[in-house]
Design a protein around this ligand. Sequence first.
Ligand SMILES: CC(C)(COP(=O)(O)OP(=O)(O)OC[C@H]1O[C@@H](n2cnc3c(N)ncnc32)[C@H](O)[C@@H]1OP(=O)(O)O)[C@@H](O)C(=O)NCCC(=O)NCCS
Length: 151
Amino acid sequence: MKIRPAKVSDVKQIHKLIEYYADNKEMLHRSLNAIYENIQEFVVVVEGDKVIGCGALHVSWDDLAEIKALAVGKGYTKKGIGKQIMKTLEKNAKLLGVKKVFVLSFKPQFFEKLKYNVVAKETLPHKIWSECINCHLFPDCGEVPLLKKLK
Ligand SMILES: CC(C)(COP(=O)(O)OP(=O)(O)OC[C@H]1O[C@@H](n2cnc3c(N)ncnc32)[C@H](O)[C@@H]1OP(=O)(O)O)[C@@H](O)C(=O)NCCC(=O)NCCS
């Protein structure tokens, strides 16, 4: 098992992984197109050629980035893989010079364990809510905003 930057050849598997949880309403759907266009933001955990986990880091502004599309395949959860993906994305954020990372999640407890704090929506920049308007869950999606200051 290893963690590495995603490649275009991983995209179909990343899409399938996200679709599984999005169909269960545990995360938001992402189109193949959106994954291809943002592939540089993604890291994957692989076993051979099989993608068993993924996550993405999207820079929002000069000191802020968002964790997106975090998923660990069914059968591979509770083994520390999610935590490992988060650690890598936070390391990448630091390399980019980003000081704060946030996430919008239906699973706040997972992120609280990783030292993320629930924050009021209004404390995050308006621009991050722009894509919400196109979401079928808008305006009452139930996602919780959480933020962590990187050391
Ligand atoms: C949430 C998810 C990424 C966790 O991945 P994982 O590989 O199982 O997580 P880990 O094994 O690294 O767990 C790290 C810690 O969080 C805890 N944890 C894992 N899932 C949790 C959950 N749903 N709620 C609360 N705590 C959770 C673990 O018990 C572990 O705690 P510990 O360090 O005290 O043992 C995974 O369950 C998943 O892909 N879920 C569906 C998609 C999703 O919800 N994505 C995230 C939000 S958009």
